[in-house]
Design a protein around this ligand. Structure first.
Ligand code: HEC
Ligand code: HEC
Length: 209
């Protein structure tokens, strides 16, 4: 995890060096900075310019439903979502965002095209993950869409980094740090760590190819 904190420190230093012109500004506490500028100047450091993050430490945001992004940014801002990486990174970043900026950021990422991810693991892992995705009770697709594409406040999980998916499923299974996702506690209850790794590998491989 050391490298994560290192990246965080660099980004924090970059954020501190804001400037006065709102069309270039990195100032997260200035309500007149447009969402697009913020996405390009600040959020891109971790989530990528188009919401496709290079490092699996950072979730992909491209193609996430608008309502889900709004709910998560609001959750970080009001401290409802408090998993460790969430509060470490996103509490400070969301602290001063206005509702208009949150809405603008959400519609920007929702309209971006998700990149295809590399296949993680061998064919047997993907097959075992597919069986959980389709055969679980309830099946993942019942809420996240048959292709994992997400809808409204159900997040897109198709093409999400497997590492991030594993991390979040363990948060739901073991903690109450994401209260909006309490339904995921039931979903993950009977899954072993290996089951979780399998379904995460399958999810990263979506959409079907
Ligand atoms: C320094 C790195 C960093 C920056 C800059 C950053 N984020 Fe994040 N963001 C993260 C990390 C790490 C997570 C995952 C937190 C977790 O594991 O709970 C995250 C999570 C999120 C999530 C939740 C995604 C999901 O799938 O639930 C959203 C939405 C988000 N960030 C939006 C933004 C926006 C908008 C900005 C710019 C205002 C931004 N982030 C800037 C690191 C960053
Ligand atoms: C009954 C509905 C439901 C089912 C079934 C379900 N989920 Fe979820 N899931 C949710 C909701 C709602 C959230 C968002 C919680 C929040 O707002 O924090 C979520 C969140 C997630 C997240 C976090 C995404 C992110 O970007 O942070 C992952 C990963 C996930 N689910 C994977 C799965 C997998 C894999 C399955 C099948 C084994 C599954 N879910 C089945 C409702 C469901």
């Amino acid at each position: 995890m050391k490298s994560v904190y290192f990246v965080g420190a660099i980004a924090a230093a970059a954020l501190a060096a804001g400037c006065a012109n709102p069309s270039r500004s990195r100032d997260l506490a200035n309500p007149s900075v447009p969402a697009l500028v913020m996405a390009q100047q600040v959020c891109s450091n971790c989530h990528g310019v188009t919401g496709n993050a290079v490092s699996p430490n950072f979730p992909n945001l491209a193609g996430q439903p608008e309502a889900y992004i709004v709910s998560q940014l609001s959750g970080f801002k009001n401290h409802g979502r408090r998993d460790p990486a969430g509060f470490e990174y996103m509490w400070g970043l969301s602290r001063s965002l206005t509702e208009e900026q949150i809405q603008g950021l959400a519609s920007y990422y929702a309209s971006q095209t998700p990149a295809r991810q590399p296949i993680e693991g061998d064919a047997s892992r993907i097959a075992a993950g597919k069986a959980i995705f389709e055969g679980g009770a309830p099946a993942c697709g019942a809420c996240h869409g048959s292709e994992g594409q997400g809808m409204a406040t159900f997040p897109r999980i198709a093409g999400q980094h497997a590492d991030y998916v594993v991390k979040q499923m363990l948060v739901f299974q073991r903690t109450d740090e994401r209260p909006e996702g309490s339904v995921m506690k039931t979903v993950t209850h009977g899954l072993s760590h290996d089951d979780i790794k399998n379904v995460a590998a399958f999810v990263q491989s979506l959409p079907k190819r």
